[in-house]
Design a binder for this molecule. Structure first.
Ligand code: IPE
Length: 268
């Protein structure tokens, strides 16, 4: 019988230093790769990993406004500079896993899909499916993308997951960030902000309306957009989503093994 499919995103703020352009946090990548290896050894699930761009993606994208499209001849340079940088970060992860004999197979979203006004509308994920069948663990990432309306844009890992989940129906979607989940107020500004433990059709609209986009440079829209895409995914695949703190050791491993952690759980 086919194993259940889990999607896990490792946020760019966890694996990079967001204050320094193109600076990865190797120690965190190593720790997270170890957590995923341990969970995968124990758990009977298939897996697709996604990594955020952090300071490899957002800073250059913002400089050239790549998310807005082909605005001038400089946009071409920016589009490729972002793609090159996020591909390098992805390679670092693949290399670290390879050292541990854990075989992540990289798929650049810009090579298998395109978007229309920032939403992926067409792509071919059959190589990803085949890679899983053959025993690899596919890894995708937030990337520059050819866009039929804008020329180019930037798509987040969540948007790539949304496209994949329409066709592969994951059972679990884990979004690892640098906070414990979704809060009822911005936790950086309000000391009494409380974690919203459960989100579903009853409270999704009120939670979304009180959730901010990102304060720091984030061309893909911060927590609001993460949550809204995640909710769309769990609805379309009837799965469970988790927004959790990947900076806290053990959290990603526990979620993969269905152990309890403090986080936000999202259901249809
Ligand atoms: C961002 O991807 C990709 C680029 C800026 C090129 P994500 O939106 O998935 O990355 P993080 O997790 O916010 O860094």
């Amino acid at each position: 019988m086919a194993k259940p499919l889990y999607l896990v995103k490792i946020g760019g703020s966890v694996i990079t230093d967001t204050t320094r352009i193109t600076t990865s946090r190797k120690g965190e990548i190593l720790r997270l790769v170890d957590e995923i290896i341990r969970a995968k050894e124990k758990g009977g699930f298939d897996l697709i990993i996604g990594n955020g761009g952090g300071s490899f993606g957002h800073i250059i994208a913002k400089q050239y406004n790549v998310q807005e499209g082909l605005l001038s001849s400089e946009s071409y340079r920016g589009a490729l500079m972002v793609h090159e940088a996020v591909s390098k970060l992805n390679s670092e992860i693949v290399d670290i896993a390879l050292e541990k004999n854990f075989y992540l197979f990289p798929f650049a979203p810009s090579s298998f899909a395109y978007s229309a006004d920032r939403r992926i509308v067409e792509g071919d994920i059959s190589p990803i499916k085949r890679a899983i069948e053959k025993g690899f663990i596919p890894i995708v990432y937030g990337d520059t993308m050819i866009d039929s309306q804008r020329g180019v844009t930037i798509i987040s890992t969540e948007e790539v997951f949304r496209f994949i989940s329409m066709q592969m129906k994951p059972e679990k979607i884990i979004v690892g960030t640098e906070v414990d989940g979704v809060f009822d107020k911005n936790p950086d500004e309000n000391r009494d902000a409380r974690l919203v433990e459960k989100i579903n059709s009853d409270n999704i609209h009120s939670v979304l309306s009180s959730t901010d986009g990102a304060k720091k440079i984030d061309v893909t829209g911060g927590m609001k957009s993460k949550l809204s895409i995640l909710y769309e995914m769990v609805k379309s695949s009837n799965s469970t989503g988790y927004i959790a703190n990947a900076n806290t050791p053990g959290v990603i491993e526990k979620l993969l093994l269905s152990e309890k952690v403090a986080c936000t759980t999202v259901n249809p």
